[in-house]
Design a protein around this ligand. Structure first.
Ligand code: ZN
Length: 213
């Protein structure tokens, strides 16, 4: 059974007004809408994910009195765990229940007509999330895996924003969890689109057996 996972197509990630706009991100909204309704695809389930942050989320530069896009070393949120991870601080984005965190209007309207599953991530303030399956530490799991299992999904097709962050990490999680994983490249946009970044990305996808179609 096949599921379409639409990652973080939310106003704050879309030009021209999003606070963390992905270049050309707005150009994939209508194609995604068509993909949802493409009868040849026969999606068993369609899932839309949202980055869904409290006001003081740890990934916001403001919280650390830093400039957006500066680096940070995150400490594990687990007491006694000395593990760290390198990260990037972002402008404030996708605050829960604001215009910025809303799905792009055409997708939002779609959710009024049909019952698509919405999965939120990023709502614990003390940790960063990229994958729609879990936080960057793989401690807190979202409901995504359980939902897909419940509906006997074995294959996932991933689209949305951004290719080199949340789409990538969601695809890696899915592949590790045993799903046959494909990223549909015409329905996603990267933050960094230079040749070197794209080549690295493709190598990474290959190493996890993720198809870029
Ligand atoms: Zn975020």
């Amino acid at each position: 059974m096949k599921a379409l996972l639409i990652i973080d197509v939310q106003n704050d990630f879309l030009p021209p007004n999003g606070t963390l706009a992905v270049p050309h991100g707005d150009e994939i909204v209508h194609p995604i809408l068509e993909l949802i309704h493409d009868e040849k695809q026969d999606w068993h389930r369609v899932v839309m994910t949202r980055d869904w942050h409290p006001k003081n989320h740890i990934s916001f530069a403001k919280r650390h009195n830093q400039e957006p896009y500066s680096k940070i070393t995150y400490k594990s949120p687990k007491p006694g765990d000395k593990t760290t991870q390198e990260g990037v601080l972002w402008p404030v984005h996708c605050i829960q229940n604001t215009r910025g965190s809303q799905l792009a209007d055409p997708l939002l309207k779609e959710t009024y007509k049909n019952h698509y599953k919405i999965v939120d991530k990023g709502f614990l303030s003390d940790r960063e999330y990229y994958s729609a399956f879990h936080d960057i530490w793989n401690f807190h799991k979202t409901e995504l895996h359980e939902y897909l299992q419940k509906h006997h999904i074995t294959e996932v097709y991933i689209v949305g924003l951004a290719l080199d962050y949340c789409v990538k990490e969601t695809a890696i999680s899915a592949a590790k969890l045993g799903y046959k994983t494909t990223i549909l490249k015409d329905y996603t946009k990267p933050v960094n689109s230079d040749d070197e970044s794209m080549m690295k990305l493709k190598e990474e996808f290959n190493s996890y057996n993720i198809k870029l179609d």
